[in-house]
Design a protein around this ligand. Sequence first.
Ligand code: G3P
Length: 217
Amino acid sequence: MKFFIDTANLDQIKEAHDLGILDGVTTNPSLMAKEGIKGHDAIMKHYETICNIVDGPVSAEVFGTTFEGIVEEGKKLAAIHENIVVKVPMIKDGIKAIKWFTDNGIRTNCTLVFSGGQAILAAKAGATFVSPFLGRIDDSNWDGIQLIEQIVGIYNAQGYMTEVLAASIRTPLHIVRCAEAGADICTCPLSSILGLLKHPLTDLGLAQFLKDAESMK
Ligand code: G3P
C-alpha cells in the first residue's frame, strides 16, 4: 500500500517526505484554505512547490462544477507539473470531465465517493484514483472500512485499473484496516502516519536496552 499525505502544509509534507515513506500528496480546497493561500497565482505556485518536494502524484482539486469549467481548470492544473493529478468531484459533469481527461492523457482522482456505485462510475470513466472518504462515513455511524472492502472487491472482480485511494483517514488504525482491506493507497494526516510508530512496549523495551547498554560502557 502506498502512503500519500493529505495536507497542503509544506512543513508537514517535508516531514513525511524526510521519513522516506511518502509516495504522493492529496489536497482539497479546505486544506488549501487552511494554509491561507489566496488567489490563482498563489494556488498554482503552491502546487508547484509541493511537486518540487515530493516525487509522486499530487492531487489538485478543481473548484468548478460544470463540464467546461472542470476541463478548463484541469488543463491549467495539469500544466503546472507532470506529477499533478486533477481531482474532480463525484458529480455528473465530473464524470464527463474525468472521461475527457482520460481520453486526453490527464490523470484524475475522483473525490467525494461514498458508495460502491459511485466507485463503479469513476472506474468506467477511467479515473486514475478513486477517493472513498472512510472517516466521514464512520462519522455518520456507518462502517467506512466496509466501503473500502466493497470497492476493492468490485475492482478486482471487474478488472478495473482505477486505484483505490482511501481518504478521510483519522487514525493509525484506519491505515492498518485499509492495508488489510487491500486499498492501493492511504492518504493520511501526518499525525496518523506518525501514530503508526507508537507502542508502549517499544518505549519500555528501548528504555531497558539503553539502560543495559549504558551499564556496559
Ligand atoms: O482530501 C479528502 C479527505 O481526505 C478529507 O478528509 O478528514 O476532511 O474528512 P476529512
